[in-house]
Structure formats: C-alpha cells, structure tokens
Design a protein around this ligand. Structure first.
Ligand code: FAD
Length: 198
C-alpha cells in the first residue's frame, strides 16, 4: 500500500507515491522510507522536512499486498528502497507460520543500502524455512538488474521444472518488467507473478 504525497515545489506541485513500509499491526503511526535519487526534486523536498512539519497526502492506495501466504514456495525479489512493500509482507507471512519455503533475493548497489537488514536476518534466524540472499552490484541500474535477472534465471528458470512458486517483485524502472516477463515466459502462472514497478 502507498500514500500519495503532495509536494509543493516552486514551479509545480508534484504528487508522488511512497510505500507504507510498516505493518497495520503497528498502529496509527506508519513508516515510509525514501531514496535521495539524483535529480529527484520531489524527494529532495521530502529530505528537507523536519520533525513536526506537516505534509499533505491521500491514501492508502494499492493492490500490491499479501493477505494470506500461498500454500506454495514464496519468492520475494526486491531492490534498494523497493524492499518497503515486501517488509510488511514478510511479517504477515511469518505470522501465518508457512509450511513452504520462503525466499528473499534482495539487491542493492552497496551493503549499506540493504534496508532493514538486521530485521530480515532476524526472520532468517527465527524461521528456518526462510532463506535470505543478497546481491551487491555497483555498476548502475542496468548492471544491477542484469545481475538480478541472471540469478532469477539460474535459480527458478533453468535449474528445475517446478512452476508452482509464487513471486512478489518490486523495483525501479523497466528491469521489473523484464523479471516479470522472464518468469511468466518460463511458464509460471500470470497471477503467481505479482509485481510493482516504481
Ligand atoms: C507505487 C509506488 C510506490 C513508491 N514508493 C516509494 C518509496 O517507498 N520510497 C521511495 O524512495 N520511492 C518510492 N517511489 C518512487 C517515488 O514516488 C518517486 O518517484 C521518487 O521519490 C522520485 O521522485 P522525484 O519527484 O524526486 O523525482 P522524479 O523526477 O520523479 O524521478 C527521478 C528518477 O528517479 C527514479 N526513482 C524513483 N524512485 C526511486 C528510488 N526509490 N530509488 C532509485 N531511483 C528511483 C525514477 O525512475 C526517475 O528516473 C514509489 C513509486 C511508486 C510508483
């Protein structure tokens, strides 16, 4: 789920979506995380806000959510800040004590940009069926997605014939659609490959 924040710049008012990175169980307060992207005037405005400042937003909106863990292996794939929608999904899944493997493949350009790492490693310690793996690739967006694509292809396309897994993919730009197309093209059901492109 995301909220749409209204960002008043000098020459325009932008509306940008930001994902709720916390869980409904956390109560009235919710968390968002944002990345200072090069040339991103909207997010630069957000970085200038201080504690106590008010912001205008609408929402929540969105359908990239997970209510019940499927009775199948579940694979999450995320990059950088796009772990935000996956974080509450992981919590929801583990509350339901899944009987199938749960995997997270999480990529970033630097180790410091793997968000909520301690928390995710905590899930891996508490839940033996959870496998958490990371990819670090610092050659830019294209290189990062090339690495993710190669890993996805090697693990879940060429090395076995199981096509019952469910995927949740979140990331930035066209790379997300390439991952979606790779999986659906390999025979995974359309509804079993859910994604959100930022
Ligand atoms: C459904 C949805 C949920 C989103 N949730 C979040 C969130 O929780 N946190 C967050 O930081 N952003 C999130 N975004 C992206 C966010 O809405 C803005 O696009 C981003 O903050 C840049 O806005 P801008 O106006 O500053 O720059 P723009 O001029 O709109 O964008 C500049 C460039 O930054 C790229 N970009 C956008 N977001 C990121 C990012 N997070 N990391 C790297 N590159 C990026 C864009 O592809 C674009 O090329 C989400 C987008 C969508 C569609």
């Amino acid at each position: 789920m995301f909220i749409s924040i209204s960002i008043p710049l000098a020459d325009e008012t932008r509306v940008r979506p930001y994902t709720i990175a916390s869980s409904p169980e956390d109560g009235d307060l919710f968390e968002i995380v944002f990345n200072r992207v090069p040339g991103g005037a909207g997010v630069a405005w957000l970085f200038e806000r201080k504690a106590g400042d008010e912001i205008n937003f609408t929402g929540p909106f969105g359908a990239f959510t997970l209510e019940r863990a499927p009775e199948r292996e579940l694979v999450f794939i995320a990059e950088g800040t796009a772990i935000a929608p996956i974080r509450p999904m992981l919590r929801r899944v583990f509350e339901q004590k899944p009987g199938h493997p749960v995997r997270l493949l999480y990529a970033a350009d630097r180790v410091e940009h793997l968000l909520f790492r301690g928390e995710i490693e905590g899930h891996a310690i508490a839940h033996p069926q959870f496998q958490f793996e990371t990819i670090i690739a610092d050659g830019g967006q294209e290189a990062l997605y090339a690495r993710i694509m190669a890993e996805v292809e090697r693990r879940w396309v060429v090395t076995d014939n199981d096509r019952m897994r469910h995927f949740y993919v979140c990331g930035i730009g066209a790379g997300v659609l390439r991952i979606r197309d790779l999986l659906r093209g390999a025979g995974y059901e359309r509804r079993a490959v859910r994604y959100e492109q930022w």
